[in-house]
Unconditional design. Structure first.
Ligand code: NAP
Ligand code: COA
Length: 246
């Protein structure tokens, strides 16, 4: 099955590290023009260096998804420089493990604002620039959206909202020929998320053991799914949450 994104425009918000950068790299290797954004200028610079090797076109901007006007400005800039978007990935997120009684109102709000409100900001501000028909939109969710987990009340609340945003937009934007899906990664190696949730070798091994396939996933596992979902091979898949969790 050949998948080619030569000269397609792919926007990855939160695309400067971890799973999202892995997705951006896979699209770049397939010939796509990349636009990425996150808060840290250092991370944007490092990611652009990685994505633009082999002379691929890659641009980046800094901004916080919690601020709507910032996200709107980023989308306009990406559109001016790279044209309408074939693929939009929304993956910015924050997480820390803590019991509900150990999370302040601001701590709960910080995660909901980044993951859920941020996803809405990314979707709404990108809509005018999505290719119609044909665009593929992917929100990066998590199993916490449908599995209640202790010490993850904020993430469970935020990511279940993200999956509903996916489904509602798939209904509303289906008329435009835009497909909207979520990918829900299981535990993925060498990521900030796993460092926070499985901080010791012992917990990491126990996590791998709890997966039926008996291994932690790779960034490539998620990136391959994002490529498939954005390709013509998935042209009748919309409004769904795809677990990639072993
Ligand atoms: P990560 O490397 O920390 O990725 C998060 C990205 O979002 C970074 O590029 C970060 O860059 C950006 N970001 C964070 N807050 C932001 C904000 N307010 N505004 C704009 N950008 C922001 O973590 P990861 O573990 O790879 O997670 C990536 C995605 O996969 C997340 O959606 C996460 O929920 C999901 N996920 C991860 C796992 C896992 O095993 N790691 C499992 C399930 C789901 P800056 O710091 O520069 O802003
Ligand atoms: N336990 C309990 N509360 C915590 C916490 C922890 N481990 N870490 C942060 N908080 C609280 C803070 O105390 C603060 O609440 P307060 O003002 O009532 O004290 C609130 O969360 C916001 O923290 P702050 O550091 O000001 O927020 P920020 O906007 O700079 O950062 C976070 C957002 C907290 C989500 C930060 O961890 C982050 O930027 N994460 C991005 C990377 C990441 O999480 N990657 C994994 C993705 S799966």
């Amino acid at each position: 099955m050949e998948i080619n994104f030569e000269d397609k425009t792919v926007v990855v918000i939160g695309g400067t590290s971890g799973i999202n950068l892995g997705i951006a790299e896979k699209f770049a290797e397939s010939g796509a023009k990349l636009a990425i954004a996150s808060r840290s200028q250092d991370k944007v610079d490092q990611a652009i260096k990685i994505l633009s090797k082999n002379k691929h076109k890659a641009i980046g901007l800094t901004g916080d998804v919690r601020d709507y006007s910032t996200v709107e400005t980023i989308m306009k800039d990406f559109n001016t420089k790279l044209g309408d978007f074939d693929v939009l990935i929304s993956g910015a997120a924050g997480n820390f493990p803590a019991p509900a009684n150990g999370i302040s109102s601001n701590g709960f709000k910080a995660v909901v604002d980044i993951d859920l409100v941020g996803t809405f900001h990314v979707m709404k501000s990108a809509y005018p620039f999505l290719k119609k028909p044909g665009a593929s939109v992917i929100n990066i969710s998590a199993p916490q959206a449908y599995v209640p987990l202790e010490f993850q009340i904020h993430v469970c609340a935020a990511k279940s909202g993200v999956d509903m945003v996916t489904k509602v937009l798939a209904m509303e934007w289906g008329n435009d020929g835009i497909r909207v899906n979520s990918i829900s990664p299981g535990p993925i190696e060498e990521t900030e998320g796993m460092k926070r949730l499985a901080p010791t070798e012992e917990i990491l091994n126990a996590t791998a053991d709890s997966v039926p396939l008996k291994r932690i996933g790779t960034k490539s596992d998620i990136a391959s799914t994002a490529m498939f979902l954005s390709s013509d091979h998935a042209s009748y898949i919309s409004g769904t949450v795809i677990p990639v969790d072993g």
